[in-house]
Design a protein around this ligand. Structure first.
Ligand SMILES: NC(=O)c1ccc[n+]([C@@H]2O[C@H](COP(=O)([O-])OP(=O)(O)OC[C@H]3O[C@@H](n4cnc5c(N)ncnc54)[C@H](OP(=O)(O)O)[C@@H]3O)[C@@H](O)[C@H]2O)c1
Length: 327
């Protein structure tokens, strides 16, 4: 690192060549450390977006700009084998004290592939040479966090029975994981019991002591049975698929909160409208996909902003949920 003296300053990876001219412009009497930190403060915030889809997500780009990012470097069609060199480009261009101004966002529609990109990115880091990284492929982490926070507003989760319909998908698995971490007794429902059991097994390995049971939602009656006796239900089915038709929720004795993440008709819970936001239908407080969406966007923006506070954050499901809890 250049120490500020003489014209023959070494030009290493971490040099700031324009530092001397900046000193002339600002105030030549300033000690070199002052304008070094001034330079660091004025460094542009760069977000390197790594996306396995051929076209990187426009949605993620817009949210990043709205979160205060100065420059987006958007890479599409990224494979895990390419991540190390892309991340090296982020790690080796700024000094360790400045690396908090560069961060990596991992997106894409396939969450499993994105998890591989995250692993490759974190494996490229060593010592202080790292940048903060966030995974929100398909919006799975921010959406799951917003859904669980909606339930938590109305139901004390520790010890509560919560049913997650279609709990085997990218969003559902994260919802199950966050609920389990909160101490809820989670019923994981799927069209196939073996799928639900597989999800329970995986999450039990991530959340020690998780209280998970496998259920089916293969038809409306099975879904209603899975919801019976629960204090909350979170429906994580795909767009346009109804899991529990209108009229069923009112029959679920003791149900206090119902959340549906499917915004596309037919909705997952027939009794919940997409725009419901803490809307009471009888004794049950309901959130639809759009009702949860505002919180999801706030979490997404807060998480992007947090990336630029230090250079060693890895924001995945638990960390993004923790950010949501602070909002
Ligand atoms: N607001 C947002 O920004 C946002 C962001 C992300 C996701 N979302 C919404 O969140 C929901 C979940 O997303 P996701 O990506 O996790 O969904 P997904 O993986 O496509 O589907 C979730 C689960 O639904 C079950 N399923 C699939 N087809 C079905 C069918 N025809 N009938 C009944 N069940 C079926 C599958 O479980 P089994 O095979 O085990 O039954 C699957 O694991 C979606 O509605 C999505 O649109 C919203």
């Amino acid at each position: 690192m250049w120490n500020g003296g003489g014209d023959a300053a070494p030009h290493s990876t971490f040099d700031i060549p324009h530092l001397k001219s900046l000193r002339r412009v600002v105030d030549p009497r300033l000690p070199v450390t002052s304008y070094q930190s001034l330079t660091s403060m004025s460094l542009k915030k760069i977000l390197v977006c790594l996306d396995a889809d051929p076209q990187p997500s426009v949605f993620d780009g817009v949210v990043a700009v709205d979160s205060g990012v100065d420059f987006l470097f958007r890479h599409g069609g990224v494979a895990a084998a390419q991540v190390r060199d892309l991340v090296y480009g982020a790690m080796f261009t700024r000094g360790p004290q400045e690396l908090k101004n560069t961060a990596v966002f991992i997106g894409g529609s396939d969450v499993t592939v994105a998890e591989g990109l995250l692993k490759a990115a974190t494996e490229a880091f060593f010592g202080p040479m790292r940048v903060s990284v966030m995974l929100d492929a398909n919006g799975a982490n921010t959406t799951a966090a917003a859904a669980v926070l909606a339930a938590r507003r109305h139901v004390p989760l520790s010890g509560a029975i919560v049913t997650v319909l279609a709990g085997t998908g990218a969003v559902g698995r994260r919802v199950v994981r966050l609920l389990a971490s909160e101490g809820a007794r989670v019923r994981v429902a799927s069209r196939k019991l073996t799928h639900a059991e597989g999800t329970c097994d995986k999450i039990s390995r991530i959340v020690p002591g998780a209280d998970l049971t496998a259920w089916t939602n293969e038809n409306a009656m099975a879904a209603a049975t899975a919801v019976e006796g629960a204090q909350a239900v979170i429906a994580c089915g795909p767009p346009g698929v109804e899991l529990l038709p209108k009229g069923y929720l009112a029959q679920a004795a003791g149900l206090q909160a119902a959340i549906d993440l499917n915004a596309v008709p037919a909705h997952g819970l027939g009794d919940v409208a997409p725009t419901d936001k803490a809307t009471h239908h009888g004794a049950i407080v309901c959130y639809g996909a759009l009702g949860v969406g505002g919180t999801k966007m706030k979490i997404h923006k807060a998480a992007i902003a947090k990336l630029f506070t230090r250079n060693d954050l890895v924001l995945d499901a638990d960390e993004i949920y923790a950010i949501g809890k602070e909002l």
